[in-house]
Design a protein. Sequence first.
Lengths: 163, 124
Amino acid sequence: MDASQIAALVCQCGAPLLLIALGFSIGRMIERSHLRELDRREAELAGCIATNLRSPPAGHPLSDGHLVTGGVVIGSDYFKTFAASLRKLIGGEVRSFERMMHRARREAMVRMLEQAHALGATTVINIRFETCSINGVGTRGGLPMAEVFAYGTALVPRGGATR
Amino acid sequence: MIVVNTETVPGHEIVGLCGLVQGNTIRSKHVGRDIAASLKNIVGGELKGYTELLTEARREALERMLVQARQLNADGVVNVRFCTSAITQGAAELYAYGTAVRLRRIGGGAPLQPTPPIAPPNAL
């Protein structure tokens, strides 16, 4: 094989390997910093009660209700997509996407609770989640992207926020 | 206009039903956002362009629902539900529906100041 053929081979194999390496390294850094950020924001909102019960808890003070929402679109990195495509050969749990969806749900929930907190609410009831994959219908090998949307009713106590 | 996703409005009594109200919008992504998303998909994480697009679309669907509720002289909308479906490659329909009602306030205290249920995208 001469130099140009070797160079062509390196380019052909190198590009996907470089993307996988980038996805693995930078992707993990981004994921870790996002998870740290989520831990911090969830700790700040620890005083807020969040439930999917349909009515206020017994003994809750008289409050006004207000719809609060939070949404996020999260994409998978190249390494996760590659690992999932390997998993498709043998079947079973796709842990990399599970982690991605869990992150998206946490982020949507935190955004919704932050909106409730800004209104002075201490309780959010009737929380529901909507998930939608937005890489199109019927695409083959589309980039995995999912939108998670959380919505609920924030209870703002009358006469100011008290706990 | 009070908007909640529960069947009853906390602190209020439902005195009349105006009917089912709904609002929808169909949005598609554009090439610029698609390219940015493809690059972001190498390293993963939040796709802010799409988040803004879908948040704005949902606000519009909700606003269309509230326009219908105002036409029916309702005081609020209860039991709001959202539905998202992919229509074709790169386009999604966002649909919001609820029941418009007339309300009577119970107890005292100042009414809650109306704020948009879905914050504008640049507030994120």
